[in-house]
Design a protein around this ligand. Sequence first.
Ligand SMILES: [Ca+2]
Ligand SMILES: [Ca+2]
Ligand SMILES: [Ca+2]
Length: 283
Amino acid sequence: MPRSKPTILGLLLTLLASACPADEAPKRDGLLDLAAGDSSVVAFPDGPGGDSAPDLALADSSVHDSIPSIEAGCTPNSFLTCVGTTMVRCDGAGKAINISCAPFLCNATHKRCNECAPGSDSCDGTQSVACSAAGTKTATSCLHGCNTATGLCYSCPTTTYYADSDKDSFGDAQSPLKSCTQPVGYVLDKTDCDDADKDAFPGQTKWFKVPTLGNKDYDFNCDKVETLQETKIFSCGGGCQGEGWSSTKPPACGASEYWEVCFKDPYDPACDSNGYPVTQACH
Ligand SMILES: [Ca+2]
Ligand SMILES: [Ca+2]
Ligand SMILES: [Ca+2]
């Protein structure tokens, strides 16, 4: 549970009340930044970015201005206390100041700001950065790159593999994995357009009347186009012999339409026709 200001004041009062009489309190201007040329900053890391780290907002100066015992003076260059991400210390002139360690915690054991969040190992692809329990950051340049998920260096040269969840031997470009050896379930290929459907892959020649399982479309051959299997329109009135969709345009993928077959019976001069509903297949 976060500590509130009254708790902070109580802490500071307990710590310093006996050393600094209230009636000697000088007037503070409310500014918490170090004065230019204050050499004491060297002994007190001023947040993760050195002296460029932001000190607390002006409003927080009330922590000091309202405590005469601190205003009266503290032991120059001494560490006072930590409150969350705030370090309270005494500057070279004997005045208490707040230092912001944000976004990291103030470390009371080591009397400084943490440089990082302990345990938060990270990797930018080439350099591994570890953060110790004491909040100290250590960067290691990785010979074979590092794992962005674990933050650790690879021990050997890696290759990028891709998940093949539907086991059609084509991998999913959206699921890369760097590894020294080929992991089970991963392939070098990354051209599968639907890794949830083993019937959808580049070069698929079959035609389908129901959509793919993953993308719910009809692009089974991964060429980004839903190609109709049958497009021929035919009417028995135009010469009789032949077949095709009886409609004015081919039905869409998965839609049904009447397929008409027209022919001439050698023993009957009239044009015969036969027809039945057919579902459009695509890939
Ligand atoms: Ca696949
Ligand atoms: Ca597939
Ligand atoms: Ca296609």
